[in-house]
Unconditional design. Sequence first.
Length: 259
Amino acid sequence: MSDDTSDPTLSAAAGTAGVSGSAGTAGAADLIRVLVVEDEPLAAEAHAVYIGRLEGFVLAGSAATGQAALRQLAAAEAAGTPIDLVLMDMNLPDQHGLDISRRMRAAGLTTDIIAITAVRELDNVRNAIAAGVVQYLIKPFTYATFAKKLTSYREFRTQLNAHATVANQSEVDQAFASLRSPASATRPKGLADDTLARVVAFLQQQNEPLSASEITDQLGMSRVTARRYLEYLADSGSVLRSPRYGTPGRPENEYRWRA
């Protein structure tokens, strides 16, 4: 099906769709509303279970066809509870997932999309990116892979929502880096195994993110030392790092163990 800006399924939502998805006005602490678009019942059920196990996400609905997905997206927009993320199977019975993605964009919906497919050809990956897909999950995949992709997406939203309207180059780079799988970071010289283990164990026990200064107070080490360990853990992908605002002076980073 070709793109059509007068799409009757989505036209009612187009007027309010400009702020949905990761660029919306909802706070980073809000649950990310997910629509599962999958025609295989067992796969759809598995995705729903996976979402239920992940912190910060909630299943907003499921659809077995592209047309049903478009109707749910429009209804959610009209109700003032827009979908934040679509898990989109690419091979749907009525339309290809990329066609649905293009129709969403043509209607002004900025809802983020993660493609789920068994297709591995690079041309398909390029087409998915061009259609607004932010992540790409190749079937079959484990829960660990699923969780890693969605956790990276959650961090991406957190980074973007931390900046109301304007971000500098470093902040933009950090946000987009969140979508990439963490690379193995070379451990800097001078980081001791026992101290690293202490920092890791401490972070794993915390329910809220902490700054280097707060961790210094708890572990009895200098702020410079604490920051070295925290930055290493963040660079290696073990820790989520985000700027903290609302305090006097220059914003400092806060750190949280990656769930």
